[in-house]
Design a protein around this ligand. Sequence first.
Ligand code: HEC
Length: 143
Amino acid sequence: MKTITTLLATAAVAAAGSFAYAESHADPVKMRQETMKTIGGGMKVLSDMAKGKTDFDSAAATAALATMAEAAGTIPTVFETEAQDAESEAKDDIWSNWGDFVSKAEALKAATTEASVSEAGDMQGVMGSVGAACGACHKAYKI
Ligand code: HEC
């Protein structure tokens, strides 16, 4: 009896887990937009520092870059499913130029990974290199 109860409990946990997975992965447009919002949030931390709106903080800037690099690494996964809806600002060209799109995601990952922010004077250069990676992809693939 104990074994059966354990099995049932295990199955229930597994079912709940896959339901949660299906739920969060049900809307590919929303999912990729959340990823972009995370990346945009990191960019705001950096740009506020670059503009002097917030005090330079090497640890905070480094953490923002790490968050952005991690999110950039998931771009190929979250954009993999070709999907469009009224909220989407993604161009169909993404899926007909998939290799190029992925290389632009990799360029963002490289820019955020390679950026070093040990002093306030580093911020302008980082804004330039990271911003260029955003711009290259948005220009080609965002409405
Ligand atoms: C590899 C391509 C690519 C790169 C690199 C990229 N983006 Fe995006 N971004 C997109 C696409 C495509 C959309 C539109 C997504 C949609 O609406 O489905 C988007 C949308 C956004 C949005 C709007 C999200 C929303 O609320 O719907 C923000 C903010 C954003 N990007 C910020 C950035 C920033 C900041 C960077 C650089 C640090 C960046 N992105 C780099 C492709 C990219």
